[in-house]
Design a protein around this ligand. Structure first.
Ligand SMILES: CC(C)(COP(=O)(O)OP(=O)(O)OC[C@H]1O[C@@H](n2cnc3c(N)ncnc32)[C@H](O)[C@@H]1OP(=O)(O)O)[C@@H](O)C(=O)NCCC(=O)NCCS
Length: 152
């Protein structure tokens, strides 16, 4: 159940000036280390795949996706600030991205997730992603990933 749904949340495209806040959320929420140059490279290669969610003009969540193939988009980074989870923000970002991807000719979405990240796996399953494979020692700490996939 969603609690305290933010009333004034806005989804917008990333801007270069957002980088510090995005890196801050990433460092608290994701286990891999990401640099600003990597994020800018991803942004330059497909700006439409990079969205942020703001509440009262502060970024509280972001999603970065890339074009995997002409028909498949891949979600590379996705995080909601810890204080704003379970309020439906991740759901809104995912719904918006699915609509955008389907309107732009993509037929599937793919991502990798740590095999012990139950909350994210539950989240993705809720949106119709299924586990298709296990990637051994995928992450820098040698932990495994599940590949998850969804037809849109
Ligand atoms: C995964 C993540 C993005 C979900 O964002 P969120 O805004 O908290 O998710 P929502 O509130 O939109 O949840 C939607 C649904 O997902 C499922 N879900 C979300 N968090 C869950 C949790 N901790 N445990 C179980 N199910 C969960 C629920 O079905 C939920 O619906 P409900 O609240 O009506 O029960 C967020 O937990 C996060 O940032 N995690 C840390 C970073 C991360 O793991 N990113 C993914 C890397 S692959």
């Amino acid at each position: 159940m969603h609690v305290d749904s933010p009333q004034y949340g806005v989804i917008r495209q990333f801007q270069r000036s957002d980088i510090n806040r995005v890196l801050e959320i990433a460092s608290h929420s994701l286990t891999e280390y990401y640099t600003s140059s990597l994020i800018f490279d991803l942004y330059e290669s497909w700006p439409e795949g990079f969205t942020v969610y703001t509440v009262d003009n502060e970024i509280v969540a972001f999603m970065i996706a890339a074009r995997n193939t002409p028909n498949e988009a891949r979600i590379l980074m996705f995080a909601v600030d810890e204080d704003h989870r379970r309020q439906g923000i991740g759901e809104k970002l995912m719904q918006e991205f699915v609509i955008f991807a389907s309107m732009n000719g993509f037929i599937s979405l793919k991502l990798e997730v740590k095999t012990d990240n139950d909350s994210a796996i539950n989240f993705y399953k809720k949106f119709g992603f299924v586990i298709t494979s296990r990637l051994r020692a995928y992450y820098s700490d040698a932990s495994d990933a599940f590949t998850m996939w969804k037809i849109i």
